[in-house]
Design a protein around this ligand. Structure first.
Ligand SMILES: C[S@@+](CC[C@H](N)C(=O)[O-])C[C@H]1O[C@@H](n2cnc3c(N)ncnc32)[C@H](O)[C@@H]1O
Length: 231
């Protein structure tokens, strides 16, 4: 694959993730120095799922986010566009329900879920506004949304150091640990191009969600956006 461009078609996004699937979980934990586990746990807490509730984990990939959320006792369904990621997930997490599905045309009925969530996936969806609207469609009125996504560190000095890591150190590190280092150049560039906390909140609101708020994790490297489906 050539240099990763931010202007991708859905099948190119899926192909890129097919290419990193084999080492995805391990690479993530190395590149985030283990922080991904803390962020996933915080996402589970933010969702506040109760046993028996139905929750969709969109862009579930290998199911690493889905597995963490299932610890709540809720019934989890993971969906993703990349058959390669789903294949690794089905092999390594046979108890996790992982289905093929596109974020902008989900194979679920209106109001099918009590909650919908997406971790480190919305940034990769070609049309995030359409995906947020589709997520609202499959959530019951009063149901919840949590978006866990890379965001903008709030402290300026920290932000400079972080962007340096992202644009210089991370691609080099990825060359040593990932099965497709180019995908991690894309990762860095897509994080830089993604809206900040307030920008994403506006997008979530525009998609029809209400009570939109956010909380920063690790100084704003990641933000958790929460919202409620209008009744
Ligand atoms: C960085 S991975 C995140 C995986 C997992 N949620 C996690 O927390 O590690 C992003 C995922 O988004 C998926 N994706 C991108 N566009 C998608 C779309 N339109 N519909 C469904 N999944 C999509 C990719 O295939 C990839 O598996």
């Amino acid at each position: 694959m050539g240099r990763a461009s931010l202007d991708k078609q859905p099948h190119e996004v899926a192909a890129m993730f097919d290419g990193v699937a084999a080492r995805y979980d391990r690479t993530n934990t190395i590149l985030s120095v283990g922080l991904d586990r803390t962020w996933r746990r915080a996402t589970r807490h933010a969702l506040g799922l109760r046993p028996g509730q139905r929750c969709l984990d969109l862009a579930a990939g290998t199911g690493v986010s889905t597995g963490e959320l299932a610890r709540s006792g809720a019934y989890l369904v993971g969906a993703d566009l990349s058959l390669g990621m789903l294949g690794v997930g089905r092999r390594t997490r046979p108890d996790t329900v992982l289905l093929a599905g596109d974020a902008v045309a989900l194979p679920f009925a209106d109001g099918a879920f009590d909650a919908v969530t997406i971790s480190f996936g919305l940034r990769n969806v070609v049309n995030p506004l359409a995906a947020l609207k589709e997520m609202a469609r499959v959530t019951r009125p009063g149901g919840r949304l949590v978006v866990c996504e890379f965001s903008a560190p709030v402290n300026r000095a920290f932000r400079r150091v972080y962007l340096g890591y992202l644009m210089r150190a991370l691609p080099g590190l990825a060359r040593r640990v990932s099965s497709n280092p180019e995908a991690y150049v894309y990762l860095a560039e897509s994080i830089r191009a993604w809206p900040d906390q307030a920008g994403l909140a506006t997008l979530v609101q525009k998609a029809g969600w209400t009570e939109v708020s956010w909380r920063n994790l690790t100084g704003g490297i990641v933000a958790l956006h929460r919202a409620v489906r209008a009744r």
